[in-house]
Design a protein around this ligand. Structure first.
Ligand SMILES: Nc1ncnc2c1ncn2[C@@H]1O[C@H](COP(=O)(O)OP(=O)(O)OP(=O)(O)O)[C@@H](O)[C@H]1O
Ligand SMILES: [Mg+2]
Length: 362
């Protein structure tokens, strides 16, 4: 599915993304440990085979030519490895990296200052590139294409543009919302990599790797249990691993088995499919109070006791992605998978509708 267009970013409501164990944005603890867990080169980077292979070619070719790599745009949901990959690009090119972000660049002058201080071959990582101001964006077009910017000196009729040559550099832009990028900006990237959610087997590899770095003893089945609850997102997998490690240490002998992982995550109310309390509250209301829908978003939100935005932006994207809930013109509708997941029986089935039995496997 197209994440960029269908789901809004998580917000700071009562269920602020950072407060959720299964939130995909980085919280303070994540930021503190992520540096240590980041893969350092392409070989260590798990999954994303297509992006990795294509990027490997781009970087190898540039290295062979002794040239600066083309500009790279990385798009994808939070926590899938965009920042990690940007650092790997610099490492693979043996180049220094400068890190900034769209919101940090208020004025074109801010960008000019950064660009003019770059050294040849340097990687400029521009996170949240879709949140840059318009004038900065226009300056960036020229910098990317011609390695040149016009610095405007003075104001009004007396203002003059002083051209400034830039050394060749590689811009790595990251965005969670590729759809919001203006086409002229998108077109100036030589390579665009779209990051997908990770398969459970890939998350297991991420978890085993992190466990090794964190000195946690973990069994294959323990890693599988955590992977299944990680919503396809390495950042969440690493976070759940840390909570499971605590539990294993306090309640058992420190070894993460399937049972220990399941018990630990049950304590944190993250279920077998990665749904948390809010997600389940939404589904339970939809099924229990409205017979599976269709029901309007506002009504559903009131029933859950949450803000409309929280239900829509925090809970629903994952439920939709998991195929548990559908947004229809008539309202929110639960899918058969939702009934099965909560172990509930749809009304028409409960009434003994013929030919329906067995659809949900009891
Ligand atoms: N492919 C991967 N292999 C191993 N670990 C990964 C991978 N991708 C991400 N991670 C882990 O997940 C954490 C989060 O990744 P990262 O910070 O790169 O995500 P992001 O896409 O930049 O997120 P955001 O949109 O919030 O900035 C990293 O610290 C890293 O440890
Ligand atoms: Mg990032």
């Amino acid at each position: 599915m197209n994440w960029d267009d269908e789901s809004a970013p998580e917000t700071d409501g009562p269920y602020a993304a950072g407060d959720r164990l299964v939130g995909s944005l980085a919280d303070g603890e994540d930021q503190a440990v992520e540096a240590a867990l980041r893969p350092k080169d392409l070989d260590e980077f798990v999954g994303q085979e297509r992006v990795r292979e294509q990027l490997d070619l781009v970087l190898r070719a540039a290295r062979q030519r002794g040239a600066t790599a083309d500009h790279v745009l990385l798009s994808g949901a939070p926590g899938l490895g965009k920042t990690t990959l940007s650092m790997i690009i610099a490492a693979e090119m043996g180049a220094p990296i400068r890190i900034t972000s769209g919101p940090a660049i208020q004025h074109a002058g801010d960008l000019a200052a950064i660009l003019s201080s770059l050294t040849e071959g340097e990687v400029l990582f521009l996170d949240e590139i879709h949140r840059m101001s318009r004038p900065a964006e226009e300056m960036l077009y020229m910098a990317m294409e011609d390695f040149r910017v016009d610095v405007i000196v003075g104001k009004g009729p007396g203002a003059t543009a002083i051209p400034l040559e830039l050394p060749p550099f590689t811009l790595v832009g990251a965005t969670t919302r590729a759809g919001l990028l203006p086409p002229p900006l998108r077109d100036r990237f030589g390579f665009t990599g779209h990051m997908e959610f990770y398969a459970p087997a890939e998350l297991q590899r991420v978890i085993h790797r992190s466990a090794r770095l964190l000195d946690v003893e973990i069994e294959g089945e323990g890693a599988a249990e955590i992977a299944g609850r990680s919503r396809g997102t390495p950042r969440i997998a690493n976070r759940l691993l840390r909570r499971v490690r605590d539990y294993a240490q306090v309640k058992a002998d420190g070894v993460v088995t399937r049972e220990i992982a399941a018990q630990a995550l049950n304590v944190y109310e993250v279920d077998g499919r990665g749904l948390d309390r809010l997600d389940r509250a939404v589904l339970t209301a939809l099924l229990g109070l409205f017979g599976g829908g269709p029901v309007g978003l506002s009504t559903l939100a009131v029933a859950v006791g949450e803000e409309r935005e929280t239900v829509e932006e925090v809970a629903e994207p994952f439920l939709v992605r998991e195929g548990l809930l559908a947004r229809t013109p008539r309202g929110r509708v639960a899918t058969p998978a939702a009934w099965a997941h909560l172990g509930m029986v749809p009304p028409q089935q409960a009434a003994g509708g013929p030919g329906q039995q067995g659809l949900f496997g009891g």
